[in-house]
Design a protein around this ligand. Structure first.
Ligand code: ADP
Ligand code: ASP
Ligand code: MG
Length: 415
């Protein structure tokens, strides 16, 4: 018996039938004597629908009002889930982010949680009530409704688990755990029983949207026991999904590569023939940062005869903004022969803590891609990951080829 936070994603609450199933699962845990806080997302497709309504009225809606609209998706599911639980005879009460007081900063559409008031939740739990808190939303210090960025219900769940010192945070979704690669792209991908926190952090930041990156960061900071599970399995199934672990012990399955992540949401900008002088990188990227555009990979070639080429990647949604900034700065901040953009690229990454102790991983990756005629445009490495930028049309081929080359469909041998 313990305190469990259960987060249910959009497909898991995508219809009244699915909500009924969630209620049955929650009721079962409740019957077993657990205290439960349940965090639903909006019904699948609903957040997209709401944002599209706003975009239909204005190409550039005010972010404050966008959050007012987007946050309604979760208000529907908390109420429906409470009603479904009541129908099963379970005491339940729903709260919006503002009612609990999930206090956030004022960065509309990508707010960060600062603090969660738990007294009200604790009082309800103490009297055996299931507490349902809307995911994805909070309220800033002035009482404005905020949202936490796409996929933000994961972060709501983990933050509530941290605030309540819950025994476990269970993320229920439409797959039964974290796989070696997105099972929708690689059918033979294998579910991992465990993945280290560091690897999960890399996978999430490199594009595996099974968990929002901030939820993983939260789990790491507050040592929340985090598990990814399927809401589609029989509530009595014994599957334990995937546990995010904080320790690497010797008896754990030790793969060199744990998984492959990819991100389609990328664009590349290259400045050809820029002057090769101190301060030029700053002259280019300073204005980009000032325009609040995140830069991911950066590559500068070796200079020749006083000139060099400089490339970087940005989020595809910010591609045009970045190009506009550079056009404005050109010839004042820096000089370049030509600025070339490509928003049809993607990033594919290998992730694994075993990379720390094994050589030749990158070489094997490059060889596998070369054999398929896939050209690598950029490379970036860190201690536990190797990423390449390639043409978007090769994304699926690249992920499958690498999955096969590193034999990720097979369980690693126990060391
Ligand atoms: P939810 O609505 O439940 O939050 P998401 O769509 O946000 O669900 O996340 C679950 C999806 O993440 C899966 O359906 C799967 O396609 C995708 N995914 C990407 N990478 C992975 C991975 N390595 N393991 C499992 N699922 C992954
Ligand atoms: N409903 C929100 C979204 O679609 C939050 C979430 O699902 O986690 O992004
Ligand atoms: Mg999600």
């Amino acid at each position: 018996m313990g305190l469990i936070v259960q987060k249910y994603g959009g497909t898991s609450v995508g219809s009244t039938e699915r909500i009924r199933n969630v209620a049955r699962r929650v009721a079962r845990f409740h019957r077993e004597g657990h205290q439960l806080v349940v965090v639903p997302s909006a019904m699948s497709g609903e957040t997209n629908r709401l944002l599209a309504l706003a975009k239909d009225l204005s190409p550039n809606p005010d972010p404050r009002e966008l959050d007012v609209v987007a946050a309604t998706g979760e208000q529907v599911t908390i109420g429906l889930l409470a009603i479904a639980l009541h129908h099963l005879g379970v005491k339940a009460k729903s709260y919006t982010g503002g009612q609990v007081r999930v206090l956030t900063d004022s960065a509309f559409t990508k707010a960060r949680i600062l603090k969660i008031d738990e007294e009200r939740i604790r009082a309800d739990l103490a009297e055996g009530t299931v507490v349902i808190v809307a995911g994805f939303q909070g309220v800033d210090g002035d009482g404005n409704i905020t949202t936490l960025g796409r996929g933000g219900s994961d972060t709501s769940g983990v933050a509530l688990a941290a605030a309540l010192a819950a025994d476990e945070c269970q993320i229920y979704t439409d797959v039964d755990g974290v796989y070696t690669a997105d099972p929708r792209i690689v059918p033979e991908a294998r579910r991992l029983d465990r993945i280290t926190f560091e690897e999960m952090l890399e996978m999430a930041s490199l594009g595996s949207k099974v968990l929002q990156i901030r939820s993983v960061e939260f789990a790491g900071k507050y040592k929340v026991k985090l598990r990814v599970l399927s809401s589609f399995e029989d509530p009595d199934s014994t599957s334990n999904g995937t546990l995010i672990t904080f320790e690497e012990n010797d008896t754990m399955e030790q793969a060199i590569i744990s998984g492959i992540a990819f991100n389609r949401d990328e664009a590349k900008i290259s400045l050809m023939g820029v002057e090769d002088r101190p301060g030029v990188a700053y002259a280019i990227l300073g204005p980009i940062a000032a325009a609040n555009v995140d830069v991911d990979m950066i590559v500068q070639n070796i200079g020749a005869s006083g000139h060099t080429d400089f490339s970087f990647t940005v989020n595809r949604g910010e591609y045009q903004k970045a190009l506009d900034v550079l056009e404005q700065e050109k010839n004042t901040g820096f000089a370049a022969r030509e600025i070339i953009g490509d928003n049809k690229i993607c990033k594919v990454s290998l992730v694994g803590i075993g990379m720390r102790s094994h050589v030749g991983i990158a070489a094997k990756m490059f060889k596998s891609l070369a054999e398929e005629g896939i050209n690598i445009q950029m490379i970036s490495t860190s201690e536990i990951k190797t990423s390449v930028v390639i043409d978007e049309k090769y994304l699926e081929l690249a992920v499958r080829v690498l999955h096969r080359a590193f034999e990720l469909e097979q369980a690693p041998k126990v060391a």
